[in-house]
Design a protein around this ligand. Structure first.
Ligand code: AMP
Ligand code: MN
Ligand code: MN
Length: 337
């Protein structure tokens, strides 16, 4: 750990320990790292006592069904029900205010009112939009940074806190595929605190209604492989229209990329997920995954998105072919890893 990170953790712990009203925010359409990190830190503060704690995200209103079990203390508040002002805002797993969606204006509002904004994140693209930062792009997950922060706060890990952190760790490392010895040492501490690893992963990653199978069949039958794309690493892609997704939850739509990325002949996988239209053009949320040859965060960045070198995303408007054309062009220019 660098001395700056150690100092940042101490500063963040001091800020949190003296707060009596804390709102923790994850990025829009939160994953297990965003919500798990927020709920773990939120619960740790709640257990210390003397502080009002809320956890929220800009979109959607309700927590994704698969993540609801992480909120043992009932900390989640829909964005529309958050009180107007906060004293301390904590943004987790969120590299830019824009990723807070409709809650983004609160960053400036809190700062203008003299409050603090603590940013805890592991994206290389983090723009340091807070008043205090715990940002480390070598961390496998934001949960790793929260784990270090809880140690600094002297928090004893109970099972719900450990489970939230495990959820973020196991998903952001793609099931410990991207892991260092320290990743497993952290996981060991979480298991010692009582986490049932099989149950957590089953609930968050492996639990889909049967309707997912015909939806997958429909979507994957139109998947394409273009071996020359992505600078010769090969591109596999699939498109999930609103019509194809009508029988399933967002969890099933998000899981499609994990199937597409297993394609042997493709170093890059792309899934276009149609979003509700806000105007005349079709809108897509795009997931990009790389096996390590091409930096997909650079390609996503060209389209106004971001993420990590091996897992990135963006939103785009137009027909699926138009968006795919832009993505292919961006992948031809993306830096190699
Ligand atoms: P996803 O494909 O949604 O699982 O996202 C993979 C990574 O890309 C995560 O680190 C996200 O935070 C990031 N990401 C996804 N969508 C966007 C977006 N529209 N803008 C910026 N970053 C994104
Ligand atoms: Mn995330
Ligand atoms: Mn993350």
């Amino acid at each position: 750990m660098t001395t700056t990170l150690a100092q940042d953790l101490r500063d963040a712990a001091a800020l949190l320990a003296s707060a009596n009203d804390v709102t923790l925010l994850g990025h829009v359409r939160p994953d297990a790292d965003a919500l798990g990190s927020a709920l773990a830190l939120g619960r740790a503060l709640q257990l210390r006592g003397g502080v009002k704690v809320r956890v929220s995200v800009g979109e959607p209103e309700e927590m994704p069904e698969t993540l609801r079990g992480l909120d043992v203390g009932g900390l989640y508040v829909p964005a529309s029900e958050l009180p107007e002002s906060e004293q301390l805002l904590v943004a987790l797993d969120t590299p830019t205010p824009g990723r807070l969606g409709k809650l983004a204006p609160r960053v400036d509002a809190v700062r203008a009112a003299g409050g603090d904004v603590l940013v805890i994140d592991h994206h290389a693209s983090n723009v340091f939009f807070g008043t205090k930062h715990v940002v480390d792009d070598t961390a496998e997950a934001t949960a790793v940074l929260v784990f270090a922060l809880l140690a600094e706060l002297g928090t004893e890990l109970d099972e719900p806190i450990a489970r939230c952190l495990y959820a973020g760790l196991v998903t952001d490392t793609s099931g410990f595929r991207r892991a260092r010895p320290s990743t497993h040492l952290m996981a060991a501490k979480l298991l010692e605190a009582g986490v049932d690893p099989d149950k957590v992963v089953r609930e968050i990653v492996d639990d889909h209604p049967f309707a997912w199978l015909p939806m997958l069949s429909d979507v994957l039958s139109d998947a394409r492989l273009e071996p020359d794309e992505a600078q010769g690493f090969g591109l596999a892609y699939a498109v999930v229209t609103l019509d194809a997704a009508r029988t399933v939850r967002s969890e099933e739509v998000e899981a499609v990329v994990d199937v597409v990325r297993s394609t042997r002949e493709a170093g890059v996988a792309v899934v276009l997920k149609e979003a509700e239209p806000t105007g005349p053009r079709r809108r897509w949320q795009v997931s990009l995954r790389s096996k390590g040859g091409v930096d997909v965060s650079a390609a996503a960045g060209e389209l106004g998105g971001g993420g990590h070198r091996q897992a990135a995303g963006c939103t785009a408007e137009g027909t699926a072919d138009e968006v795919l054309g832009k993505l292919k062009a961006a992948l031809r220019r993306a830096p190699l890893l």
